[in-house]
Design a protein around this ligand. Structure first.
Ligand SMILES: C[S@@+](CC[C@H](N)C(=O)[O-])C[C@H]1O[C@@H](n2cnc3c(N)ncnc32)[C@H](O)[C@@H]1O
Length: 272
């Protein structure tokens, strides 16, 4: 497309991505990253990166986990930076990136991929360059600590899989007060503004949360609060269609099986 300022896509691929929902069933995880309780698929991250950046631009994930965003960036021919609080995940990310770099060979030699073991709240202190796109997903409040969580059952009995991210009080997944958690999360994302190029996009993948029979609309609250800092441009729904259904509330009450995430799209507009 001539005059395409945003990405390197042809018009057909551009249009396809503009649908407000998509189904992406994560492929089975590689052994090395199973330890992490909640990663998003690199294949999905790559679609976002290829829409919101051009080749050789810079992508940041301030809560990088085991580095899915950085792997996707490499495959897409983009530079990338990641911040991750837990040293164990940061180390796994580094190793995976190293392996991916050798698998991709010469074509990625000039690209940077850097993991910083640190606190996203201090992102401006890590001497990062101006970035062209942020793709990230936060801890879904303190839900990994929830005793009844179906997805956690297998993890509790396995020595190789973490149930929650860490015991670190700086880990947002350890803040039990919802309002405090939301406030910290907004502070972290707002703190990225000086690092983000003007008109660059920020995609946050997040869910509304069910706890104690109540919904905490994290995705909606975050969209509202953060729109004081960035322009809220849109939402895109990530649907998973390969999960077993659990009989929550069967015969007595409406309790859905939540198999969708919100991919919230913000833009760093100067007028905001
Ligand atoms: C949903 S996971 C991100 C997973 C990542 N997208 C991936 O695919 O591997 C959230 C991550 O945020 C990290 N985290 C929590 N608090 C943090 C903080 N204050 N600074 C940086 N990372 C933090 C957790 O350790 C966890 O790995």
């Amino acid at each position: 497309m001539p005059n395409n300022k945003l990405n390197d896509l042809d018009s057909k691929t551009w249009l396809k991505f503009q649908k407000s929902w998509f189904i992406h069933n994560p492929p089975p995880r590689k052994k090395g990253v199973l330890v992490h309780p909640a990663k998003f698929p690199e294949t999905m991250a790559q679609d976002f990166i290829e829409f919101f950046t051009k080749k050789n631009q810079i992508v940041l994930d301030p809560m990088a986990g085991t580095g899915s965003t950085l792997i996707a960036a490499l495959r897409a021919g983009r530079n990338s930076y990641g911040i991750e609080l837990n040293p164990k995940y940061a180390e796994i990310a580094e190793q995976i990136i190293k392996d991916e770099r050798s698998a991709l060979g010469k074509q990625v030699k000039a690209l940077k991929s850097r993991i910083i073991n640190g606190d996203a709240l201090k992102a401006v202190n890590y001497k990062l360059p101006t970035v062209d796109y942020v793709l990230t997903s936060p801890p879904y409040w303190d839900m990994l600590h929830a005793k009844g969580a179906e997805t956690q059952k297998k993890r509790r009995t396995s020595a190789d899989m973490d149930v929650f991210y860490s015991d670190d009080p700086k880990d947002l997944g350890n803040i039990h007060d919802y309002e405090k958690f939301l406030e910290m999360l907004v502070e972290i994302y707002a703190g990225l503004k000086p690092l983000l190029r003007e008109r660059a996009y920020l995609t946050i993948i997040v869910k509304n949360i069910k706890k104690g029979g109540k919904i905490y609309p994290l995705a909606w609250d975050l969209a509202r609060e953060l729109s004081n800092v960035y322009t809220l441009k849109d939402e895109k729904l990530w649907l998973q269609d390969n999960q077993p259904l659990a009989p929550f509330g069967l015969g007595s009450a409406w309790v859905s099986n939540t198999f969708h995430h919100y991919c919230l799209q913000f833009r760093n507009d100067p007028e905001n």
